[in-house]
Design a protein around this ligand. Structure first.
Ligand SMILES: *Cc1c(COP(=O)(O)O)cnc(C)c1O
Length: 342
């Protein structure tokens, strides 16, 4: 019998805490094997594995929610599976079937059920799938063997003091990804490329760095590890770009915005247009929506103050509440987004 957990759920950070089990699946001899359960949080691998040298590594991120009605839900895991498959095509790794991905997500959540934070603690169980090339290679070629792992770890609420605005800084001296590069794939390499800019932004007290398109430095790309959206004239506007990661949260918000009667535009957003937004936000699994207070561009001496009173806008708040309510099973799941794990 697993012991009951007595954790300080409300004060958990977004960090790693060991849990009971992870699930694994190996790709060998051209096929995926059986799902394995492990209680070890380390892996043993060849020092010449392609993930270590040539960045054959992909990851995903989603959350499991303990709900008011006693169920545990996960949000759109099929979308994470599809995005992982797209990443696999992008860096020549074998695609993991959607059914196997979803089965493993459910399995690892259930195996670690005692780590799913209580309803209303604000904390959630973060689910981290990871796919790596494990066979040895010295020349630049894709691996022949791969390991797919999903581990989970409980994480704290994103907004400790409630839904609040954050400030961002445009990192003109850095590019996260090239126009025809790997920005559309969820690979660790994009994060290595962002570490300098991320530190530069944090050192100046900003929540995160903000990227313009790498080619012209004219259009909005995304904010660190979250997509951007702006609201004006009853319209939800989000960038169309070949170098941003297709966020599942953003995709869901576009649908909800449409459901709420907003127009939705996906197009290039010139930097100067920031001046015209009534509201803006960064969106992703971690915070759902992190409302944007202000975006600074120190290299050209500009400041775009979006939240004039420093507070999140009404449309962002409405979208945020609506999406959370669906994730927690408190609003009808009209788009079939939710998977009940238990
Ligand atoms: C994961 C990620 C996002 C957010 O995607 P979600 O599916 O909404 O969590 C946005 N940008 C980048 C660069 C990411 O890696």
């Amino acid at each position: 019998m697993a012991k009951e957990l007595d954790l300080d759920w409300a004060n958990l950070k977004f960090g790693y805490m060991p849990t009971d089990y992870n699930v694994r699946c190996y790709f060998r001899n051209g096929e995926w094997g059986e799902i394995e359960v492990s209680s070890s949080d380390t892996i043993n691998m060849h020092m010449a594995a392609t993930c270590l040298h040539y960045g054959q590594e992909a990851f995903e991120g989603l959350k499991a929610y303990r709900c008011k009605d006693g169920h545990i839900r996960v949000f759109r895991p099929e979308e994470n599976a599809a995005r992982l498959q797209s990443t696999c095509r992008g860096i020549l790794m074998p695609e993991l079937p959607t059914e196997k991905f979803v089965e493993m997500v459910k399995k690892v959540v259930l195996l670690n059920e005692r780590f799913v934070p209580p309803y209303e603690s604000g904390a959630t169980l973060y689910v981290r799938p990871l796919l790596i090339g494990t066979s040895a290679q010295v020349g630049v070629h894709p691996a022949t063997e791969y390991l797919f792992i999903i581990f989970v770890t409980p994480v704290g609420p994103y907004f400790k003091g409630g839904f609040a605005t954050n400030n961002y800084v445009i990192a003109r001296d850095h590019d996260r990804s090239a126009p025809l590069g790997t920005g559309i794939y969820k690979v660790g390499g994009n994060y290595a490329a962002s570490l300098q800019a991320n530190k530069w932004a944090h050192d100046q007290g900003y929540a995160c760095e903000f990227y313009l398109d790498a080619k012209e430095k004219k259009y909005i790309d995304e904010c660190g590890a979250a997509n951007f959206f702006g609201i004006k004239n009853n319209t939800y506007v989000t960038p169309l770009s070949t170098s941003i990661l297709p966020s599942i949260t953003n995709k869901s918000l576009m649908q909800l915005a449409e459901d709420l009667g907003l127009k939705v535009e996906r197009r290039q957003i010139p930097e100067e247009e920031l001046e015209t937004f009534e509201e803006a936000g960064a969106c992703g699994t971690a915070a759902v929506i992190s409302p944007i207070g202000e975006i600074d561009d120190p290299e050209i001496g500009k400041k775009y103050v979006i939240a004039k009173n420093g507070k999140p806008g009404p449309v962002s708040e409405k979208l945020y509440k609506k999406l959370i309510a669906i994730q927690y099973g408190e609003e009808p799941d009209t788009h079939n987004w939710v998977t009940i794990v238990k």
